[in-house]
Design a protein around this ligand. Structure first.
Ligand code: NAD
Ligand code: LMR
Length: 329
């Protein structure tokens, strides 16, 4: 193997998403079947032993592409030379915790990690924040990394995108492989807006194929937007394998590009497009080429969509104002 390995840092590596994610990265599904990887696992001190157990299992897979595993509780070590950072570990909301408490607790995680990325990561670092509230955690990390180009900090809405693909596929009877140009707008939260008005189903406009605004408003949108809660209710734990799968998809797309005639949804710093305040990390339709994403421009936004995008962006604005008031950005 002559290629230089890519350093992939995963935070919260001993958690349930970590367990579903690491083996897929090591097998080549993140970056490609010919790209060797080195894994850096960041955990809090009490979870280091569990991370070591996962590393033992990774060893036992004898993955040809896996060229090393480091385990640490020090963000500076974890992000040293990192090319890809998957920020999964976060503070979950627990009983009696207000939203402000949650944002503050996560600030204590994402601010130092952002600084560690700023000080130690490779020049081409790409960051995906998975840990919730993902968009605002990404904003906190980004603000702590002034030397890293802002667009390298992204938040995961690919799981929402994939969920929407399947719901639309079930409604229309057309396989997901024939559904293109679906968009998730806004926050990775219940206010997100899955938009089918520009999507195509087997080449035809999805909204026209469905032609059922009641289904859209009362079934499709809430099913996608509340899917995370439905999984927690059913499984007794939040989505893990599907979240890991979406993280793989997000980075794979960012590195390898979108297919012609299609786009993906990514939570990215807004440049003001579509009336989303500049700087907010909000989900947009993007095309990707040569490792760079661009917001799809020129889409007509109807009234139905406008109201829903605005509501989700309003929530992002409130989250940003809250972390600003806490001095986190
Ligand atoms: P988990 O509780 O199983 O694992 C989280 C891990 O993070 C734990 O092992 C914990 O020790 C670790 N951790 C906590 N603080 C850390 C720190 N400062 N540094 C490094 N590691 C730290 O949780 P999970 O199921 O793996 O989910 C992780 C996060 O992903 C949660 O916030 C969850 O809500 C979120 N999530 C996001 C999406 C999405 O689509 N964006 C989907 C599913 C889950
Ligand atoms: C999901 O969308 O499955 C998760 O973000 C839910 C959660 O709160 O962890």
């Amino acid at each position: 193997m002559t290629r230089t390995p890519v350093n992939v840092t995963v935070t919260g590596a001993a958690g349930q998403i970590g367990y579903a994610l690491l083996f897929r990265i090591a097998s080549g599904q993140l970056l490609g079947a010919d790209v060797p990887v080195k894994l850096r696992l960041l955990e809090i001190t009490p979870a280091l032993k569990a991370a070591e157990g996962t590393a033992m299992e990774l060893d036992d897979c004898a993955f040809p592409l896996l060229q090393g595993i480091d385990i640490t509780d020090d963000p500076n070590v974890a992000f040293d030379g990192a090319n890809v950072g998957l920020l999964v570990g976060a503070r979950p909301r627990t009983k009696g915790m207000e939203r402000g408490d949650l944002l503050e607790a996560n600030g204590g995680i994402f601010k130092p990690q952002g600084k560690a990325i700023n000080d130690n990561a490779a020049d081409d670092i790409k960051v995906l924040v998975v840990g919730n509230p993902a968009n605002t955690n990404a904003l906190i990390a980004q603000a702590a990394a002034p030397d890293v180009p802002a667009e390298r900090f992204t938040a995961m809405t690919r799981l929402d995108h994939n969920r929407a693909l399947t719901q639309l596929s079930k409604k229309t009877g057309v396989p997901v492989s024939e559904i293109k140009k679906l968009t998730i707008w806004g926050n990775h939260s219940a206010t997100q807006y899955p938009d089918i008005f520009h999507a195509t189903v087997a080449g035809k406009n999805a909204a026209e194929v469905v032609s059922d605004e009641k289904w859209l408003a009362e079934d499709f949108i809430p099913t996608v937007a509340k899917r995370g809660a439905a999984i927690i209710e059913a499984r007794g734990a939040s989505s893990a394998a599907s979240a890991a799968n979406a993280a793989i998809d997000h980075i794979h797309t960012w590195v390898n590009g979108t297919a012609d005639g299609d786009w993906a949804s990514m939570g990215i710093p807004s440049d003001g497009s579509y009336g989303v305040a500049e700087g907010l990390i909000s989900s947009f339709p993007v095309t990707v080429k040569d490792g760079k994403y661009e917001i799809v421009q020129g889409l007509e936004i109807n009234e139905f969509s406008r109201a829903r995008i605005d509501a989700s962006v309003q929530e992002l604005t409130e989250e940003r104002d809250a972390v600003r008031a806490l001095g986190l950005i």
